[in-house]
Design a protein around this ligand. Structure first.
Ligand code: RIB
Length: 304
């Protein structure tokens, strides 16, 4: 069982599914409402656990009912939450999400306690970070904590995976410690300046990302699949054909599956194929963590 550590965010997702998303200043009626455990970090933790990894989560929630619900939800997936601290002085992170009839989303986040994850929290969790084969990182906590976690894990010989979402310019010190980077098209465009319209553009962006340090670069292209580049492999894997219900956290399913497969020793092309199937199943279901597939489902989809 591969050991995975996630240092990242936990949010409660407040989701309205409506026929279409509103324009600025517009009200759209006719939706349905539900809350789902979310947050890019916690989503990746749940995805990795359901894919068979032994997972520890490092993060912060507020001292409110949402925080308790998020921690309990991680526990139900068997995740070690000893380093998810409760911060009584902060509100739990919340994401307001609109999902349209085609499963596309718009997300606004109030980060709350997530922004209180300091480098000291990484030091407190050093045992679970250095004990992991794979570290999964995103950008919903302060960048200083992300850089510190990457540095500690890299020194311990872990595979450091960064899903650079939401996109932000990255310090060189972070690129230097990251083994695997997996932006979506928009994020890859922001990081590299390459506007991505085609697979060739994605391949150019992947090459530009590798030049900065990561050994493996994967550009996620949603329904168009993913392009990847490593020292000895490169190519494009198409997405599986599905009817999208909710694309929220598809990128998290992908990032976690990629990390788990690489941590287990898969070659990059095989890991990207595994990740593409995990993300493809996720989009057929409502909810971020609620929609994450089990390993058997991903393997079954790959056989088909
Ligand atoms: O990646 C999807 C996630 O982004 C949601 O679960 C939401 O909480 C935001 O963090």
């Amino acid at each position: 069982m591969v050991r995975v550590c996630v240092v990242g965010s936990l949010n409660m997702d407040l989701v309205v599914k409506a026929p279409r998303l509103p324009r600025v200043g517009e009200t759209v009626s006719g939706g349905t409402f539900a809350t789902f455990p979310g947050g890019k970090g916690a989503n990746q933790a749940v995805a990795a656990a359901r894919l068979g990894a032994r997972v520890a989560m490092v993060g912060r929630v507020g001292g409110d009912p949402f925080g308790r619900e998020l921690v309990d939800s991680l526990k139900r997936d068997g995740i070690d939450v000893a380093h998810v601290r409760v911060d009584p002085g902060a509100a739990t992170g919340v994401a307001q999400i609109g999902v349209d009839g085609e499963g596309r989303n718009m997300i606004m986040v109030a980060s709350g306690a997530n922004m209180r994850v300091a480098p000291a929290a990484v030091d407190e969790a050093r045992n679970v970070i250095t004990g992991a084969r794979v570290l999964l990182l995103q950008l919903e906590i302060p960048i200083e904590a992300v850089v510190h976690a990457a540095t500690v894990a890299r020194a311990a010989g872990a595979v450091v995976c960064l899903d650079p979402a939401p996109a932000a310019p990255l310090p060189e010190a972070l690129y230097a410690c990251v083994d695997v980077i997996s932006p979506n098209e928009v994020e890859a465009g922001i990081l590299t300046g390459v506007e991505i319209h085609s697979i060739a553009d994605a391949e150019r962006a992947a090459a530009a990302l590798r030049e900065r340090g990561p050994r493996v670069a994967v550009v996620k292209m949603g329904a168009r699949g993913a392009s990847f580049l490593s020292p000895d492999e490169g190519g494009h894997v198409p997405a599986i054909a599905v009817k999208a219900v909710d694309t929220t956290a598809a990128g998290d399913a992908f990032a976690a599956a990629l990390g788990v497969a690489l941590g287990e020793g898969s070659r990059v092309a095989a890991a990207v194929t595994f990740a593409t199937h995990a993300a493809g199943i996720k989009v057929t279901r409502m909810g971020a963590q609620a929609g994450m597939p089990a390993r058997a489902e991903v393997e079954e989809a790959m056989r088909r």
